[in-house]
Design a binder for this molecule. Sequence first.
Ligand code: PDD
Length: 285
Amino acid sequence: MTRTVYVNGEYKPENEATVSIFDRGFLFADGVYEVTSVLGGKLLDFDAHAVRLQRSLDELEMRNPISKEDLLEVHRELVRANNIQEGLVYLQITRGAADRDFAYPGDDVEPTIVLFTQSKPGLANSPMAQKGMKVISIEDQRWGRRDIKTVQLLYPSMGKMAAKAAGADDAWMIEDGMVTEGTSNNAYIVKGDTIVTRHLSNEILHGITRAAVLRFAREAQMKVEERSFTLDEAKDADEAFITSASTFVMPVVDIDGKAIGTGKPGSVAARLREIYLEESLKSAI
Ligand code: PDD
């Protein structure tokens, strides 16, 4: 089926949507993105994604070509037009098309904006949530502004491929002996009754799912520590899991071939996944 996508103010069939070969997203990875999940045909945490998008744009001195109200409307229209019940809306804004130059172009250059949907039936009832994921550890070789959600995702892609080659599902990245995050998700461990996840800084993406899950955990009187943890601490944990818009809360049962806890998805991750899905659906728009 041909999807309807959105490009620079217009809804188009996907095979007719184009951007310039001079687009700075293409030439310099000079662009930012957001991924918003859809459940029951509704958007999860749209407001928080819009706030983070604006922050990414501000950090890069990039103009926002669309108001929050119009952005919501485009998200909803694409979900409707493509009949998405469970899936994602991908949004990308780049600094636009200009003759190749490292210096940013002037304000006369219009940013490029693209949105498309991905249908993912079974997203909420993922078999992976029952089985758990296996991760490997790799060195974190990304740049130092991981708090900005840019489209320069080659190192995470390499990490994903290394994981696949090792028969695992994803990679956790390590810097100075500490776990930063997964290739496209935030990383957590559970020791006793305490949930540990890295504190916010420029070293990790400030996950929208992370913020929601930590809020729900605290509301449920669970203990949360926001601090760095080592790979050894993770391997010795009772549980491990990840969060992201595309996986919600997903248990990790194996790190570098070492079984975590019982080697089965843990009860804290399962409970958080349940609470997250229930609460986010309530506030979905
Ligand atoms: N990835 N850390 C990184 C490096 C990420 O790329 C992501 C999101 C997250 C989790 O953020 P959030 O909870 O806001 O989705 C953490 C998206 C889903 C992606 O690239 O597809």
